[in-house]
Design a protein around this ligand. Sequence first.
Ligand SMILES: [Zn+2]
Length: 315
Amino acid sequence: MSNNKPMPVATEISAPFWEGLKARRLLIQQCAACDQWLFYPRRHCPACLGHDLAWREVSGQASLYSFTVARIPTLPDFIDEMPQKLAVVELAEGVRINTTLVGLDEAQIRIGMPLQPVFAQVDAKGGRLLRFTGLDQDAIGFETMPDAQQAPPLAVEQSDRQQVDCKDEAALQALVSERFSEWSNSLLVDQALIDAFAQLSGDDYWIHTDPDRARRSSPFGGTIAHGALVQVLQSRLKLALGFEITGFSTQINYGSDRLRFPAPVPAGSRIHARARVKAVEVRERGTQLTLEINTHVVGQERPSVINDLVILYQR
Ligand SMILES: [Zn+2]
């Protein structure tokens, strides 16, 4: 398989589907309110607009809804897969999936034929893509589903985060709290990262970039990260907020009401962050949410960055 093929990127919404494929399982969303199955992964049910969606493992029982045989590669990287048998497959649950048929000759392909899912491992980390083949077909180079009896049920991480509509002022005000969230994941801030930021920003002051001199002369006994670096690393820390705002068309980083760097982050430290909703204002131009995000060196009481980040949700 060519290494340059475009690969799907899992999003927060679609991640359970891709995690399922890694385990050679097929997970599809179902609406808790009206039982509608849905694919592709979404935030709400297309039938009743309900937001309470659950990921469920399905059997993979499927049939061919439609197909086309592409004799010119859809992208040059697919030259090794010619001809491409591009298909729309319908699962027993009724959802349709765009996919590629494998292990079948053109002459064998018939609309309505029963199909089974197979999995193509595409990277060393266990990333897999979903393909389909004939029911009794042995598609060489592809893996089948594990036997249902032998495979333990897959633990699907359900999102239990509260969903709050950006127009629901009462629910939004209820998010305002003095209490901070749990900690995020942690991240190592090493000298290589600090050096890369020094190069990018042009701030190569020795206190950040010269470990020998910093060991001799810095009050911190070594180099420290730029405050601005620690601030932007917030993007790599997944805040454990416990809610998500819905119902907006765009989300704008409006800036900060307050940005402080009270404590240094020595090179080689791990950082993590927590946050709380400090204020909410529902205005004509949208809903403005002020999030106080505090980034700390792991184990340190005093925050390294205090950022009162203002986010504007536009409807
Ligand atoms: Zn529904």
